[in-house]
Design a protein around this ligand. Structure first.
Ligand SMILES: [Zn+2]
Ligand SMILES: [Zn+2]
Length: 117
């Protein structure tokens, strides 16, 4: 039996003298079957290494719970220890609430409720 081998991919080659074909690692020089003449296919014919598909990056670490600025139109994170991202937002919110209060005097204001209790 003459050599009848072929590369399966870069890491394996097969001897086709058998059914099913016999698979060998690239490091194996010849077919192990007794009487088989197959040798490893030529290095020239060896397929290029197939690039592994790049694994998608792991999902980002969940952000630590971040308080957002209490001002309704602001999307920025609040400063540590503050309900607002900035003095500006604090002022805006105060003015806004002040206007609301003028419109409906009997509406509960949680800050005032806390102060009384
Ligand atoms: Zn063989
Ligand atoms: Zn803000």
């Amino acid at each position: 039996m003459r050599s009848n081998s072929a590369w399966l991919n870069r890491d394996f080659w097969v001897c086709r003298n058998h059914l099913p074909v016999v698979r060998y690692r690239a490091g194996t020089q010849k077919c192990w079957y007794h009487g088989c003449q197959s040798v490893r296919p030529s290095e020239n014919a060896r397929p290029e290494k197939i690039e592994e598909p790049v694994a998608p990056p792991p999902p980002p670490e969940p952000e630590p719970e971040q308080e957002m600025c209490a001002w309704k139109d602001c999307g920025k994170p609040a400063r540590p220890g503050s309900k607002y991202c900035s003095r500006n937002c604090s002022n805006k919110n105060a003015r806004y609430r002040h206007r609301l209060r003028k419109r409906s005097d009997d509406e509960d204001d949680e800050d005032e409720a806390e102060a009384i209790a």
